[in-house]
Write a protein that binds this ligand. Structure first.
Ligand code: DHE
Length: 497
């Protein structure tokens, strides 16, 4: 695997300084000269990532300008400050943030054309070829250098370390036996890796801008939700070959992007939230599936959702009302609005038993508080103030605490441990003062918590989850999410879906 950020940009010949303003048309020519060989015709991506407005939505123009000027460390993106003058760089940045003149398309033929089998899975042993506990492995996404590390979760030692596609996002998903792990990159690349043999099996580009993927609990299907083109793409989980694409048209024919897709194991179905029409879809894969969606009318557009523990209800974020809504998958009705005032990164909401009742908790991306809801009455139990808005939350059945980061603001080096019964902040840790503390995941037995310090000179820190003593510190470049195989395939309480 050798997917490279921003560009390889092999430049032949210097460009003369052009101090005068540069038109968008001229910028298009500069793109063809300097960027296209890596970032692809029509900016669709190639060896380097796609450079469409959809792909750049999370990068501010100033950052894009700096990358063109100075290059990107630890990548093949060269610096162009010595070849392009500031007016040319400014024009190039403006050009990249413009929609393409011809709307980009990604057809079934493109998907099939991108499909690569990297190892014939039939030639591989089907038992673990390493001595670690296969259900206590960790898959760690190292965002700073676009790598993935596989860690032995008993000894916290590395079994493998490989390059991923550019900008993996969302939780990787696993086959039901924990042997295979599936990754999605924001640029639409889906990869499957064999954790028994520590080798990559296959990859395919399922779209130009992907939201996330889900794996059916029978291990047969991978469903990919895309923003660009707005659709669902169904793959054979064995080798990622294309089964079919499913257009995401609302009941009135409106084309929609996909906000998120998850699998609902007890229902043998995928559940899909649509972003541009007020619908959630349930797609059954039981028996001999035809993958026809069952449409559920939502009270609002949906951005993302979590399930209740029995997978009957969705807790979805929406833009209006109180910020959230509950949808009953059995009756197909929107039940009520729920207060989620700060737009949670909902995929990371978790639930646990408090007293005899299930509660659901989530951080809020735009407010420094944790919302805790009663899953019987849908009432808000508490808003727990934190030192700033956060992204992730994690716990484990055997842990008395829910760990949550303060991802944004001046206190982003803090992580709060919330007592799951009193709903008070019991401890605040600052793993590396001044550096962004983030995502946490537990070992399969809940004894240890692994925390990411999201910094170029960051680390993955292993804590004893009871004494909170630091056990080990592994230096890493912006470690993002990490995922315990056992917790994931058991859909364990306290982790994400
Ligand atoms: Fe995420 C999960 C949406 C920005 C890191 N993020 C998810 C999921 C969704 C989502 C729907 C669940 C998918 C899954 O696991 O299958 N994320 C969004 C957004 O809408 C948002 C706010 C804006 C966007 O551009 O998409 C957003 N996310 C970010 C980031 O800026 C983060 C911090 C860095 C990054 O990688 O882009 C980020 N998101 C993550 C991670 C997970 C995730 C690490 C998996 C969490 C888990 O524990 O499962």
């Amino acid at each position: 695997m050798r997917l490279i950020p921003f560009a390889l940009l092999m430049l032949c010949g210097a460009v003369q300084a052009a101090p005068e303003a540069v038109s968008l048309e001229q910028a298009g020519v500069l793109y063809e000269q300097h960027c296209q060989s890596c970032h692809g015709t029509n900016r669709l991506g190639g060896a380097g990532p796609a450079l469409l407005p959809e792909s750049l939505s999370r990068i501010k123009p100033d950052e894009a300008r700096a990358v063109i000027q100075n290059g990107r460390p630890a990548s093949q993106m060269a610096a162009f400050g010595d070849r392009l003058d500031s007016a040319q760089i400014d024009a190039l940045v403006s050009y990249l943030y413009q929609p393409a003149a011809t709307p980009p398309t990604w057809s079934d033929a493109d998907i099939r054309g991108s499909h690569r089998i990297l190892t014939d899975v039939d030639t591989l042993p089907n038992t673990p070829q390493h001595s670690a506990d296969p259900l206590n492995l960790f898959v760690v996404v190292e965002a700073g250098n676009h790598h993935v590390r596989i860690l032995d979760g008993d000894r916290f030692e590395e079994l493998a370390n490989f390059q991923s596609h550019f900008a993996l996002h969302g939780g990787p998903k696993f086959s039901p036996d924990g042997r295979f792990v599936y990754f999605a990159s924001r640029d639409g690349w889906i990869s499957v890796y064999d954790l028994h043999n520590l080798t990559m099996i296959a990859e395919v580009r399922a779209g130009l801008n992907t939201r996330n993927l889900a794996v059916s609990n029978d291990g047969r299907w991978v469903l990919v939700g895309n923003y660009l083109p707005g659709n669902l793409v169904l793959l054979d989980a064995r080798d990622l070959s294309l089964v079919k694409h499913i257009p995401t048209l609302g009941a009135d024919g409106t084309q929609s992007r996909v906000s998120a897709v998850y699998t609902a194991p007890p229902r043998d179905s995928f559940v899909v939230a649509l972003k541009d029409v007020k619908e959630a879809w349930e797609i059954s894969y039981a028996g001999k599936p035809d993958f026809q969606p069952r449409r559920i009318e939502a009270a609002d557009f949906l951005d993302d959702f979590s399930f209740t523990p029995d997978y009957r209800y969705l807790l979805a974020t929406s833009r209006k009302a109180l910020g959230g809504q509950v949808i009953d998958l059995d009756t197909g009705k929107a039940v009520t609005d729920i207060p989620l005032p700060g737009m949670p990164h909902l995929g990371s909401g978790i639930y646990w038993k408090r007293g005899g009742n299930w509660v659901f908790a989530t951080p809020n991306v735009s407010k420094g508080l944790i919302s805790v809801l009663d899953l019987q009455s849908w009432k808000l139990i508490k808003e727990i103030p934190t030192e700033g808005p956060g992204f992730f939350m994690r716990s484990h059945l055997n842990s008395p605490y829910a760990w949550t980061d303060v991802f944004f603001g001046p206190n982003n080096d803090a992580v709060h441990l919330i007592d799951k019964q009193t709903l008070e902040v019991a401890h605040t840790l600052r793993p590396m003062p001044g550096k962004n503390a983030a995502h946490v995941e537990f070992t399969n037995d809940g004894r240890y918590a692994l925390l990411s310090v999201w910094d170029t000179d960051g680390a993955l820190i292993v804590y004893d989850a009871k004494t909170l003593e630091e056990i080990k510190r592994i230096p890493m470049n912006k470690p993002s999410g990490k995922y315990n195989v056992g917790n994931k395939i058991e859909y364990a309480e306290g982790t994400s879906h």
